[in-house]
Design a protein around this ligand. Sequence first.
Ligand code: AHR
Length: 498
Amino acid sequence: LAADVELTIDAAQAGPLINKHIYGQFAEHLGTGIYEGMWVGPKAKTPNTHGWRNDVLGALKALHVPLIRWPGGCFADEYHWRDGIGPRAKRPVKVNTNWGGVEESNAVGTHEFFDLVELLGADAYVNGNLGTGSTQEMAEWLEYMTADGKSTLAQARRANGHAEPFKLSYFAVGNEAWGCGGSMTPEHYADLYKTAVTFLKAPDSRRPKFLASGGNDADTRWTEVLSHDIKSNIDAISFHYYTLPTGKWETKGAATGFAEDQWINTLAQTLKMEPFIAQNVAVLDKNDPQKKIGFAVDEWGTWYDVEPGTNPGFLYQQNTLRDAVVAALNFNIFHAHADRVRMSNIAQMVNVLQAMILTDKDKMLLTPTYHAYAMYVPFQDATSLPLSIANNPAYSLGGTSIPGLSASAARSKDGKLYLALVNSNPHVPLNVAVRVKGETATAAHGQVLTADAMDARNTFQAPQQVQPRAFDAKTSGATGPLTLSIPAKAVVVVAVER
Ligand code: AHR
């Protein structure tokens, strides 16, 4: 039997803007995330544009990817940008010490990255090297990317094929400074950050926003110290939180073939994103009441035990309906905190962790997560709208209990009212009576993503098992509420007509 829920949207009360950069992606030099998954080189038989795979480019273009973070991750703090410019044949080959100890050819460097973002119409987020690099190296990279005029570095960029300065939206000083980025205390990092940004200069019109590398999980100390100690040249503090079904790094849980306890535990783990953000936002509200500093969740997503038989250093995992539900739950959380959360980057774009796309040589498939991102495109740069839910049934199993329904509403750039709904319960459908305060909601049109099995997935043999389908609802009588019948374990995004 379906449970009855009541949802009321207040379309007259505009909330904060949902920055499109909340739908950002993360592409690290890790496994086959860049090499093979996206980059094959201009001479490859695989159809490509300047070395980037055409099939992957097409799929990412259709996704309206607004922002890409590169080159890491842990990789960033060992990356030296000069290794990745100039003739590719002459670039040094390095060892990717973080990810499998494989060779890093440096074929993808600054110019190739900006070519990718330009081809996709995305914005660029470059993560600087604080760990093994220097302030001078970061400052020169910034000059190389943003300087015009006759400076030697601007001339070098021109000689390497890009006459105009690159459009750089964000620059981060290091990554995970508490761990792979240098095992630092927040106080030590704050001092290093202040020193570094003093010298990170760019022409006013091309100045990127600067990010300080923050904390993770339940730890708010990094946000506390950084927002207290750093008084200028800081536009956002980053934060990382990964969803592990078991909550334990030693045995995280499998990507497929899991039982219902792992379904609910994964969703319960991912919902911790809400209190984690709220606790950090409370710290920011105290130290930065003017809300100058954003909170950037620049790594998040599911992290499972690697796919059996694959290189453990490559973090390759399958992606199921559960991942789409995880993504949508997080989007709804980010929307609710959109005044502070102005950016997020899922880890990662292709073939790594919770990916949009998986590739196998020349084959490519779109994951359920890809479809969740595609369904939520209307929320990019939309205005969030407050909503309330009455009679939200709990979904419980064992000792774990989570809300059955998660929802978010917004007015899109073209003035339409969008509603996103997630039914976390894998058994019980929901009848959601939708009301718009002071107006009459008459119909809803959009898409639903669901499947028979909790771990339904797309494979190279059957790449279209999990696909969005059309979803429509309309009022039965002239006055009755608009009732949306949401299947069990489903994500629905609709435009509501009034
Ligand atoms: O996304 C994989 C890794 O997770 C990143 O390199 C690192 O920042 C985090 O620990």
